[in-house]
Design a protein around this ligand. Sequence first.
Ligand code: 1HE
Length: 269
Amino acid sequence: MTAPEATPSFDIDLPPSLLARRHGAVAVLSLNRPAKRNALDDATILGIERFFTQLPGDVGSVVLAAEGDHFSAGLDLSEMDEHDTISGVRHSRMWHRALDHIEFGPVPVVCALRGAVVGGGLELAAAAHLRVAERSTFYALPEGMRGIFVGGGAAVRLPRLIGVARMTDLMLTGRRYDVDEGYAAGLSQYVVDDGAGLARAIELAELIARNAPQTNYAIVQALPRIAEANPREGYFMEAMMAAIAQGTDDAKARMRAFLDGKAEKVTDR
Ligand code: 1HE
């Protein structure tokens, strides 16, 4: 993957299946088990959880990416016969907890996709806030082929992105969406050439990190809650969040800079 020069790194205990590096205010966490197509074992999921709960306060956004030709082949199927019913519930709940730390973590997360984005890999990608897909990307939910069900939050997150009907089709038939079908369905917000995904994701993450932290916080924490609330409570929460954000010194300084002709215009991006 071509990407801007990285500086080392983080004082967070991560398994060999994860690589973390810094690009200024952007943290890049990469799945690093390409020989197994970045299949997600427990150590990796727990490492992802540690990463998002121990991020230093000066990180403004995160890119979630992958080494190798595939983002992730999903759940590590070699660990699955260890589970009875109750440990299976605990295992799924562990995924929920870990991926919640992405969706409702401290900062926005951009996911860089390529190759297989399959099963639990798609569940992981769906927990991010934006997805950039290289042309090689394909999406599938092959749980029906394996006799299992989604367990990493897809039943909640994917219908929000693509609707229950599309998810039902993916699960019932095991069909694949190619990159364009995924984009049209709402799985990615950007499509880029092969090899360009990480650099584009970092570029977007750098833009995001330049936003005021109170706005990013509101987008990550308040927006999804408001979108799910009934409208009466939603409007009220929106007003609260708007007042909190605009009351900060940072917001006042940014608005003043615009009025003084010293800030970016919308047409500058
Ligand atoms: C794996 C896994 C895995 C590959 N768990 N080991 N996910 C799936 O059902 C997808 C299964 N994987 C595939 O369909 C294919 O591997 C791919 C299309 C993603 C890639 O194909 P390919 O030809 O490039 O690689 P490969 O030869 O199939 O796999 C390379 C190695 O990775 C091989 O191991 P090796 O020791 O023989 O070299 C594979 O066994 C291994 N590998 N995928 C374990 N998933 C929270 S619940 C979520 C539920 C799910 O995610 S279900 C979907 C599971």
